[in-house]
Design a binder for this molecule. Structure first.
Ligand SMILES: [Zn+2]
Ligand SMILES: [Zn+2]
Length: 503
């Protein structure tokens, strides 16, 4: 069991792929520090990506069967068409029926894989399951995240018609024996789906995690996911800040997600407010990792003199076309990393015109591929902060990003000089993962002791870890629309209504 969270990219190209070096979108997060994996997007070929893992001495081999949850960002084919194959692989083949017995249906067991996604994912899977005559040993469940005014694509529990009567519904809409009854999550007033997963720290894993979701702007409805670490012990002013991951789907503007990103649970109020880059974006719980798409980029003649990545392209034309198609450039990804003060940025969904550097290529071709990636990273860095110490990274298939726990802020008296005298200094701590040069700066509103004054140890003290788990969400017996659990959050920041923006 590791203390690190690890994000592994299984597919990193855009819908123009797959290509020789990249599969379409999928990544897995080891969000609880145990053996279970949470997947974001599941393009066609994702199962094969598990099979094709290169040998990596520092990492255990990932198995598809470790995946317990799948979060689909949107219904474009390059993000969801691998789900049926994936379920077929991990849910197992039904055991042969013994003569004279009637085995319990698979869905009498709890689901082995939970799928969260926008409207359409349940009906698509149900239809594919029926049409392909698929059966399984273990069940799955699908939860739909509904945008304002949406109804589920198909009711979570549609039963077959009574014997002898004409079926009231299409056969394909009937919930099969491999599917448990899912939930429909209506968004809250702010347009967010909060606490769709809520796991308290418990046996078998070092910490808990909560997943929230919110809308981001793309051509069609699209979702970004926020994964928050829930520490094992109640937070105090001296606690290390919990980790927070922001994983986006395709987007030309993810800013509707900003209020959700900063809406940390109430017990984080005891933490001092930080300004990680000194650029005026304070946060109590900074974003540890942002995964942002970068579908297209203009490469200047310096990098691509022969226009191998496209003819007659200019920076202006590429910027305009990328946005028009609902996507982002590396510069836009960098600007969003800056807007949310992300500590680390990884670019994915990289256009098919940009093949990944690959061991099969040597010499000039290998250098060209590498230079393309360096240029994409440089452009992202330009939009980001000057003060960051981590470089943006253009992902490749099988890149693993390690996110070690944040360190507790150092107390004053722990800074002792050679003569043994304590030193007065603003608390800061370093993170070895970033080469030891990342320092967190307290904002000017922090008192001399580096702790924000006047913010009592409100919700986290007294031994009571603020409980914001939503037990009611965990059953599989209900398909009622859920209005969300906004009351557990105290986001006092002004919100922009994303619905306004979308018109
Ligand atoms: Zn896409
Ligand atoms: Zn898309």
């Amino acid at each position: 069991m590791s203390n690190n969270m690890t994000v592994t990219f299984l597919g990193t190209t855009s819908g123009g792929g797959p290509t020789e070096t990249r599969n379409c979108s999928s990544l897995v997060v080891d969000a609880l520090g145990n053996s279970s994996l949470w997947m974001v997007d599941c393009a066609e070929g994702t199962v094969r990506q598990f099979e094709g893992q290169p040998y990596r001495p520092a990492y255990p081999r990932l198995r598809a069967s470790q995946v317990s949850k799948i979060f689909i960002t949107h219904m474009h084919a390059d993000h969801c068409m691998g789900t049926l194959t994936f379920l077929r692989t991990v849910l197992g083949i039904p055991k042969p029926k013994l003569p004279g017995t009637t085995p319990n249906p698979p869905n009498s067991l709890p689901p082995r894989v939970e799928i969260f996604g926008p409207r359409g994912i349940r009906r698509m899977l149900r239809m594919l399951w029926h049409m392909t005559h698929t059966h399984s040993e273990h069940p799955y469940v699908v939860h739909e995240l509904l945008f304002p005014g949406e109804q589920p694509s198909v009711a979570a529990d549609v039963q077959p018609g009574e014997d002898g009567q004409e079926a009231a519904v299409d056969d394909m809409d009937v919930r099969g024996e491999s599917e448990c009854v899912g939930q429909d999550y209506s968004c809250d007033e702010a347009g967010f789906w909060r606490g769709i997963v809520d796991i308290s720290p418990g046996a078998g894993h070092h910490w808990g995690a909560v997943v929230d979701a919110g809308p981001i702007l793309h051509r069609d409805p699209c979702i970004g996911y926020v994964v928050r670490e829930i520490p094992r012990t109640p937070l105090t002013a001296d606690s290390p800040t919990p980790r927070k991951l922001v994983i986006l789907g395709d987007t030309y503007d993810p800013s509707p997600l900003i209020p959700l990103i900063h809406a940390d649970p109430p017990d984080t109020a005891v933490l001092p407010e930080l300004d990680p880059f000194g650029n005026g974006v304070p946060a109590r719980v900074p974003v540890t990792l942002l995964v942002h798409e970068a579908t297209d980029a203009y490469l200047p003649p310096r990098v691509d003199p022969n226009q191998r990545t496209g003819r007659n392209r200019t920076k202006e034309s590429v910027d305009a076309k990328t946005r028009e198609r609902g996507h982002s450039t590396p510069g836009m990804a960098g600007a969003f990393a800056r807007a949310i003060a992300a500590e680390r940025l990884v670019l994915n969904h990289i256009g098919a015109r940009f093949p990944a550097p690959n061991m099969n290529y040597q010499g000039a071709q290998a250098r060209f591929r590498q230079e393309c990636m360096r240029e994409i990273e440089r452009q992202a860095a330009e939009g980001w902060s000057q003060n960051r110490s981590a470089q943006p990274q253009a992902a490749w298939d099988y890149l693993s990003v390690e996110l070690p726990p944040n360190r507790p802020p150092q107390r004053e008296m722990e800074h002792v000089d050679e003569a043994g005298r304590g030193q007065e200094r603003i608390p800061e701590y370093e993170d070895a993962a970033y080469g030891g040069d990342r320092k967190r700066r307290a904002t000017s509103s922090v008192g001399g002791d580096g702790r924000r004054n006047g913010h009592g140890h409100a919700s986290g003290s007294g031994g009571g870890h603020t409980q914001w788990s939503s037990g009611s969400r965990r059953g599989y017996g209900s398909h009622a629309a859920s209005a969300g659990s906004a009351s557990r959050y105290e986001d006092k920041r002004p919100r922009k209504d994303w619905r306004e923006r979308d018109r």
